[in-house]
Design a binder for this molecule. Structure first.
Ligand code: 6PG
Length: 240
């Protein structure tokens, strides 16, 4: 693993650094192919970034009309549900910008396997040649080392598919769809946003010890960039 690590003082600075990086990545992608394909995560960390991108400072910098927006994972809820990853991005960002095309994960479909296959077909239809390679994937990491909806010790980690239906033990909404490692590791750039002291020990396990028990350690694009943007609290155990 040879990640670029961007150290920031506070969560707001993490959002600023991520916005600046997305500006650079979208320019490269749009210059080359006329489109910027990004996969978004849920959870609480990207909220600051979404708000920032929708703000007057950033809105006009971004070429949102040429963005195609996808998701890294989604819970089996309607897109209007408070726990929907789509809703988070829609409310804070997508409803406020002139965005190109939006492809949400249909995780509320009663047949989860079919929903996963259907999203994989959607992805394959957008990428030419057929290799699914996002220009940017935004990821978070849980304190247990999960990323996307890939949890330690679960079979989805070994999946050869692009999208998997998974069940998360002990979660109020256990059914989810998630991109697999295969999809994440084919990206041009993967950006982890990690903030908060509760993740500092795990960040050390992943970035210093390369502990493969944690799914976040296994995200390492074959040919793309791997960038971790972390705040001081999350990074507090990296230099001991
Ligand atoms: C989700 C995510 C998930 C998230 C991590 C970190 O839908 O929950 O995609 O992988 O990124 O759990 O979540 P926080 O940002 O809330 O800490």
């Amino acid at each position: 693993m040879n990640p670029e690590i961007v150290y920031c003082e506070y969560p707001d600075d993490v959002a600023e650094a991520a916005a600046a990086l997305l500006l650079e990545l979208q320019e490269e992608a749009i210059a080359e192919r006329g489109v910027f394909r990004i996969a978004l995560s849920g959870g609480s960390t990207p909220a600051l970034l979404f708000k920032l991108l929708a703000s007057a400072d950033w809105r006009d910098e971004m070429d949102f009309a040429n963005w195609e927006v996808f998701w890294v994972d989604e819970r089996a809820v309607a897109p209007t549900h408070k726990d929907s990853n789509y809703k988070l991005a829609h409310d804070l960002l997508l409803s406020k910008i002139p965005v190109g095309e939006v492809f949400r994960m249909p995780a509320e479909h009663e047949n989860a396997r079919e929903a996963a296959e259907s999203y994989a077909r959607t992805l394959k239809g957008r990428f030419t040649p057929k290799t699914i390679s996002f220009d940017a994937v935004l990821l978070g990491m849980g304190a247990d080392g999960h990323t996307a909806s890939l949890f330690p010790g679960t079979p989805a980690l070994e999946s050869g598919a692009v999208v998997e239906a998974v069940e998360v033990q002990g979660n109020a909404i256990p059914q989810r769809l998630t991109l697999t490692l295969r999809a994440l590791n084919s990206a041009q750039a993967v950006i982890f946003l990690v903030t908060g002291a509760e993740k500092s020990a795990r960040l050390r396990d992943v970035l210093i010890d390369n502990d493969y028990r944690y799914p976040a350690t296994r995200v390492n694009p074959h040919e793309g960039r791997l960038i971790w943007i972390v705040d001081d609290e999350a990074a507090s155990e990296l230099s001991d």
